[in-house]
Write a protein that binds this ligand. Structure first.
Ligand code: ZN
Length: 416
C-alpha cells in the first residue's frame, strides 16, 4: 500500500514538473526578449503601410483611425506592442508610373507620411540618427523604394533629401535607365541595362554626398556589387534575406554578404514568406531564424538588422502575422544562443552605426570640398604641407581635414 502511495506521489510530481518546467523556461525566454526590446526598441527598415493608405483610403487620413485599423498588418497599437522605436515608411509608386507621373505620386506618398506622423502623438518625424536616439515616440523615417521615382534627375533626388527622404532603393521590380533590377520579365523597361550605368554611378556618389542611405534590396547582383564598389559609405539592404537558405533572386548571395561586411553595411532581414521559404508550405519563425543564423555565420551579427516588409506582401511566417509579433523572433534567436549584445545590434545599434557613418561621411566630404576650394584659390603651400603630413601618417585623415578646414575658414575671413 505504502509503495503504491509513493508511486502515485512520484507520478503526480512528474506530471506537475512536466507541465511547469517547460512553461517556466518558455516564460523566462519571453520575458528576456521583452526586457531586451524595452531597452533597445526596434528600428525596422521597411514597411509599406502608406501604400495601403493610398489603395484603401486614397490617402485621406480623416477617413481612418490609425490606432485601431485592422485591415492592415500595421496600426499604432500593434507597433507599440511590437516595441517598434523607429520605422522607415516606404514611399513606393508602381513601376508602371515610370516616365509618367512617378515624381508626383512619390511626392504624394511623402506628403501622406508627413501628415500621418504629424497628426498622431504616438509618432514623430525625424531625419537624423540623433533624432532616432532622442525620440521617445515611434520615430518616422522616409525611404523611397525604386530609382524610377527620381525620373533620372539628380536635382529631384536632392529635393527628396530636402523633404526628409533618408534612403532610396536603387530599383524596384523594373530596370531604370541607369540601374538593373533583380526581377526579370515583370516589366520591359530598359532590358539592355546591366548593373549601374555611368549615370547610375553618379546617383550613388550623389547619395553619398547628400548623406542618403543607399538601399540595394530589389537590385540585381551586378547593381549591388557595383554600388558596393563605388560607395564610400556603408550601404543597406532594407528588406532581403539569405540566398543560400532560399535561392530567390530577392535574396543576397554569400559573396555579396562578404562584400557587405567589408563595407560595414547591414542587411535588414525580411519576413516576406515567399522570399524566406522558396515554395515550402510551412513557413514559421524557425524558417526566418535560419536566415539570421546563416547571415551571422557569413557576415557577423553586426551586419544584420530587421526589415519586416509588413503591408508590402501577403504572406508572413506563422506566428508573425503583424507588427506586434517581433518579440517572438527575438525569443527564438535567444533560444538559439544569440546573446543580448548581438540582439541589441540587430534590433537597433547596427542600423544606428550605419546611419551615423553615412551622416559623418557627408561632413568629411563637405570639409574636403571646402579644403579643395580653399587650396585652389589661396594657399597652396600650406595645403601641400598638410597633405604631406597626412601622407606620411603624421596626421590622421580626420585631423588633416579639421586642420585644413580650420585654416581654410581663417584664410577665408582674412580675405576681402
Ligand atoms: Zn519591396
Amino acid at each position: 500500500m505504502e509503495m503504491m502511495r509513493n508511486t502515485a506521489k512520484l507520478l503526480w510530481l512528474l506530471m506537475i514538473f512536466s507541465d511547469i518546467v517547460p512553461f517556466s523556461c518558455e516564460k523566462s525566454m519571453r520575458e528576456r526578449a521583452i526586457e531586451l526590446m524595452q531597452d533597445a526598441r526596434l528600428i525596422d527598415g521597411h514597411n509599406d503601410f502608406v501604400l495601403q493608405l493610398r489603395i484603401l483610403y486614397q490617402n485621406r487620413l480623416s477617413r481612418v483611425n490609425l490606432r485601431e485599423l485592422n485591415r492592415t498588418h500595421t496600426n499604432l497599437v500593434k507597433l507599440q506592442a511590437g516595441y517598434v522605436g523607429a520605422q522607415f515608411w516606404s514611399v513606393y509608386v508602381l513601376c508602371s508610373a515610370q516616365n509618367k507621373d512617378a515624381v508626383r505620386l512619390t511626392l504624394e506618398q511623402i506628403d501622406v507620411v508627413k501628415r500621418m506622423c504629424n497628426s498622431y502623438e504616438e509618432l514623430e518625424l525625424v531625419m537624423t540618427s540623433q533624432g532616432i536616439s532622442d525620440s521617445r515616440r515611434i520615430a518616422c523615417l522616409i525611404g523611397i523604394e525604386g530609382g524610377h521615382s527620381i525620373d533620372s534627375s539628380l536635382a529631384t533626388l536632392r529635393m527628396y533629401y530636402d523633404l526628409g527622404v533618408r534612403y532610396m532603393t536603387l530599383t524596384h521590380s523594373c530596370n531604370t535607365p541607369w540601374s538593373e533590377s533583380s526581377s526579370k520579365g515583370i516589366h520591359n523597361f530598359y532590358p539592355s541595362v546591366i548593373g549601374l550605368t555611368a549615370f547610375g554611378q553618379e546617383v550613388v556618389k550623389e547619395m553619398n554626398r547628400l548623406g542618403m542611405l543607399i538601399d540595394l534590396s530589389h537590385t540585381s547582383y551586378s547593381t549591388a556589387k557595383a554600388a558596393l564598389n563605388i560607395s564610400k559609405a556603408p550601404v543597406i539592404f532594407s528588406h532581403s534575406s539569405a540566398f543560400s537558405v532560399c535561392n530567390h533572386s530577392r535574396n543576397v548571395p554569400d559573396d555579396i554578404l562578404q562584400q557587405l561586411k567589408k563595407n560595414k553595411g547591414i542587411i535588414m532581414v525580411t519576413f516576406n514568406a515567399d522570399v524566406l521559404a522558396c515554395g515550402r508550405k510551412v513557413v514559421n519563425i524557425s524558417t526566418l531564424a535560419d536566415h539570421f543564423d546563416h547571415i551571422k555565420e557569413i557576415a557577423g551579427s553586426e551586419s544584420i538588422g530587421i526589415g519586416g516588409d509588413y503591408d508590402g506582401v501577403e504572406r508572413f511566417p506563422e506566428g508573425l502575422q503583424d507588427v506586434s509579433k517581433y518579440p517572438s523572433l527575438i525569443e527564438e534567436l535567444l533560444r538559439r544562443g544569440w546573446n543580448e549584445t548581438e540582439l541589441k545590434g540587430v534590433l537597433r545599434e547596427n542600423f544606428l552605426r550605419v546611419f551615423r557613418e553615412v551622416e559623418n561621411h557627408t561632413s568629411v566630404t563637405s570639409k574636403w570640398n571646402h579644403f579643395m576650394v580653399w587650396r585652389n584659390c589661396g594657399c597652396p603651400s600650406i595645403a601641400v604641407w598638410l597633405c604631406s603630413l597626412g601622407q606620411e601618417g603624421m596626421l590622421t585623415p580626420a585631423n588633416q581635414f579639421n586642420s585644413c578646414h580650420g585654416i581654410g575658414l581663417l584664410f577665408k575671413r582674412l580675405l576681402p
